[in-house]
Design a binder for this molecule. Structure first.
Ligand code: NIG
Ligand code: FE
Length: 425
């Protein structure tokens, strides 16, 4: 345990994202990054104590420089540690065979309806024990860290029995304890109707509501409740029931909405006051307007659209309509097997018409709000957690311009250097 203060100095750009802790950042304000040139930052006891120019911090800490681990960030970009607010981190197995099938003409839903897709990963995850799930998921977490990510949300949803859903959530909790990355857990028992309930999906909805939700809440294994609202999976009516039941048990609502087909998922999210609606590739104009008015955060997943070879969500339209937009990998073995949140920012620019400033806001402070952590992480401000990523590029525009490259140089998590010169420390 490194208890030394950390002093990051002389950043060519220090992007603070200051001022958005109380509420998600919407509309034109998503372009305001709060940049400090020749920036400097002092972290002590895991928290940010001061942010300013290097001259200001030199004046404040001159007498204590010898106590600190000094990180020279000259020529580099310093940002808040990236936040990934939508992952299916804990799962077993891999589906490269389905990738090949899709490239030979099969669709994602056809594969799922024939017993592959989510069902294939469910079979693998049910068969895996805690230790196997832990080991496979830890590898992904290490890779997230190497890509500058310091907090992730993680969903269950590949168990689909009470026992196996709890197993996934327990592994997420163990990883949260064992790994530098913080994990925020979401219960997603309504990720698919398992094969054994194929002929009676309503009975499965009852199982989720009457058995799974109460037990997950009782064991305090999740903070959010999510459902895959999609034609052929859960209807808007079933989704509403499941999400409202979750709220009764203290689980906040998230929703996989309008991913493959328009299905009024955005409208549902707005009408129940969900914290976020995610995907939104096919969200209607009315749904976008309703989300903007209700303050539902749109978590956009352009890597999923890219990997499914579908048209991306219209991030540009959503921001212009006044919505708060966050972005995420959707890391999962079927529709987005990546851990590169920086690549997702690149795709946010190239496929959704977002600016380099907007995608950075979307992957930091708005991503933090999408998991109810806007007060603790997502910006570099006094009192916030000492989570910082340093990229080996001179400015935030270059981070998007030199796309598809991992520019991460250093990652500091709660005041401890966990990535040094691009390697796990
Ligand atoms: O967010 N859409 C549903 N769930 C995931 C994919 C899960 C899978 O294919 O394993 C998603 O895209
Ligand atoms: Fe997802």
């Amino acid at each position: 345990m490194n208890n030394k203060p950390v002093w990051i100095r002389r950043a060519s750009q220090l992007v603070t994202l200051a001022g958005g802790s109380a509420a998600p950042v919407t509309g034109k304000r998503m372009n305001e990054l709060g940049i400090i040139e020749n920036g400097s930052l002092w972290i002590e006891n895991g928290r940010i104590e001061m942010v300013g120019t290097d001259e200001e911090l030199q004046a404040a800490y001159k007498g204590r420089a010898h106590e600190a681990e000094v990180i020279d960030a000259s020529g580099k970009l310093v940002t808040p540690g990236l936040v990934d607010p939508h992952t299916h981190l804990v799962h077993a197995g891999s589906r490269q065979n389905e990738f090949n099938m899709r490239l030979n003409g099969a669709t994602y839903m056809e594969i799922m309806n024939n017993g592959g897709g989510i069902h294939a990963t469910t079979a693998a995850t049910r068969a895996a024990d805690h230790a196997t799930l832990f080991a496979e998921s830890k590898k992904r977490l290490d890779q997230f860290l190497l890509h500058g990510v310091t907090t992730v949300e993680a969903k269950s949803g590949y168990g689909l029995t009470l026992e196996d859903e709890i197993k996934q959530l327990e592994v997420a909790q163990q990883l949260d304890q064992a790994h530098p990355i913080d994990i925020v857990s979401t219960f997603m028992g309504a990720h698919a109707v398992p094969r054994e309930y194929k002929h009676d999906p309503d009975a499965f909805v009852e199982l989720v509501i009457r058995k799974m939700l109460p037990e997950v809440a009782r064991r305090k294994l999740a903070e959010f409740n999510d459902v895959f609202c999609e034609r052929g999976v859960f209807t808007p009516e079933q989704s509403r029931r499941i999400l409202e039941a979750g709220v009764e048990y203290g689980l906040k609502a998230k929703i996989h909405a309008d991913e493959i087909e328009p299905y009024e998922g955005a409208e549902l999210a707005a009408s129940i006051g969900a914290v976020s609606a995610d995907h939104l590739l096919r969200a209607s104009d009315k749904g976008i307007q309703m989300m903007a008015e209700a303050g539902v955060i749109g978590v956009l997943l352009p890597g999923t659209a890219f990997f499914l070879m579908a048209e991306s969500a219209n991030g540009r339209k959503m921001i212009d309509a006044g919505m708060a937009v966050a972005i995420s990998t959707d890391c999962n073995p079927g529709s987005s097997p990546t851990v590169s949140t920086p690549l997702i920012m690149n795709l946010g620019c190239l496929k959704m018409g977002m600016t380099p400033a907007e995608v950075l806001t979307a992957a930091t402070i708005n991503a933090a709000h999408a998991i109810s952590r806007g007060g603790q992480i997502g910006s570099l401000e006094q009192g916030k957690q000492g989570d910082v990523t340093i990229f080996d590029v001179p400015d935030y525009m270059t981070l998007q311009y030199r796309y598809g490259i991992n520019h991460v140089h250093t990652v500091v998590k709660k005041g401890i250097t966990v990535v040094k010169e691009g390697r796990l420390a």
